[in-house]
Design a protein around this ligand. Structure first.
Ligand code: SMG
Ligand code: MG
Length: 371
């Protein structure tokens, strides 16, 4: 198959409430939405980048530029036998994994739709529902945090992740644990701590957390391996697992007990399945992370999270936790058992609301084969 046309749109779409981590605060999505067309079929993907290089080094500026100048033209030239080919086509381009992923996701969706199978099935998914939780941003006070968590529990979420940072870690985590002794609870520092903080992080051990996510540097594996020996809470890696090799290094070093799989961070679904399979083999559970995706990226996530070793609840909340109105007309809604239902129609299943997509589009680029 040859791709005829690629459409890239940088959007801006407000969140229902701001999202604040240890290092940045966002009021809305600045993702790049990708559409690919071939032989009368269409596929959609999302690069969940933002306005600045805070989570990783990519932004909507870099993603759009890489897709327009390098990745898009490479994809248009290639003969693609299946979506697994895309990582090879992009191999010459270093890093820029979120830019690659948005395109790769769209090609997976295109092939699944062309074959008339669901993306979950094409990826090897085995679940009809995926367990999900909610990631709670840093709040102004412990009182507000308790109210926010209570609201999400009332919505039906059964697992909560707290964003933490120095000065907002032990006290809020203790408060949530005391109020809800049985709650599935975990924390995420987004790379704000240092190995010297091990003693401090040990204070989180009594709270029976599922995991402590990426406390140390965004590109560190080595010090996480040291930290994992110093704290009882399982270390989970997010930012620093950007490829199957990085996962292998982490497993060989015993740097983590759990891995957060985000296919955008890893550069695509093919490599994410490889990370999943490697962890399964090693007896290391994985769970699906989130980048506050729109309904398009969310549908890709739900399909991937249906693979068997995604045994912990994902950061894939229902669309209305993020957006009052989303760019899809069939948002996911939360089931009463804190799951989302995996779509079984063709592709990832998101039905794009093209009129609203046009409304939230800030910048649009069209690439065509042979021009
Ligand atoms: O999608 O619900 C979501 C957000 C999950 O906390 C979340 N993501 O480090 O895991 C993480 C953060 C990164 C957010 S960057 C925009
Ligand atoms: Mg994280």
């Amino acid at each position: 198959m040859k791709i005829d046309r690629i459409e890239l749109r940088r959007i801006h779409m407000p969140y229902v409430r701001p999202f604040e981590t240890s290092g940045w605060r966002h009021e809305g999505s600045d993702a790049v939405i990708v559409r690919v067309d071939a032989d009368g079929a269409t596929g959609w993907g999302e690069s969940p980048v933002s306005d600045g290089p805070w989570y990783n080094e990519e932004t909507y500026h870099t993603a759009l530029m890489m897709q327009r100048e390098f990745l898009g033209p490479m994809l248009l030239e290639a003969e693609i036998a299946g979506p697994e080919d895309v990582r090879g086509i992009f191999k010459r381009v270093r890093a820029n994994r979120m830019a690659k992923a948005g395109l790769e996701f769209a090609v997976w969706d295109l092939f699944a739709r062309a074959k008339g199978v669901s993306l979950a099935e094409l990826l090897g998914g085995t679940r009809e529902e995926v367990a999900v939780g909610v990631s709670v941003p840093i709040q102004a006070s412990v009182g507000e945090l308790l109210d926010t968590v209570e609201g999400y529990l009332e919505d039906g979420y059964q697992r909560v992740k707290l964003k933490i940072k120095p000065g907002w870690d032990v006290q809020p985590t203790r408060a949530v644990r005391e109020r809800w002794p049985e709650l599935l609870l975990q924390v995420d520092g987004n790379s704000i701590y240092h190995l010297e903080d091990a003693e401090h992080l040990r204070q989180l051990d009594p709270f029976d957390l599922l995991l402590n996510e990426q406390p140390l540097d965004h590109d560190d594996i080595f010090d996480h391996a040291k930290l994992a020996k110093l704290i009882e809470t399982p270390v989970c890696l997010d930012e620093s697992i950007v490829s199957p090799d990085h996962a292998r290094w982490a497993l060989e070093l015993n740097a983590c007990g759990v891995i957060n799989v985000k296919p955008s961070r890893i550069g695509g679904l093919a490599d994410s399945v490889a990370v999943h399979d490697m962890c399964k083999e090693a007896g290391i559970p994985v769970w699906h992370g989130g980048m506050l995706e729109t309904g398009i990226g969310r549908a890709t996530s739900v399909a991937l999270a249906s693979l068997p070793n995604f045994t912990l609840p994902g950061d894939i909340s229902a669309n209305d936790r993020y957006y009052k109105r989303d760019i899809v007309s069939n948002p996911f809604t939360l089931n009463s058992n804190s799951t989302l239902t995996v779509p079984d129609g063709p592709g990832h299943g998101a039905v794009v609301d093209e009129a609203y997509l046009e409304e939230v589009t800030v910048d649009k680029v069209c690439l065509r084969r042979g021009s």
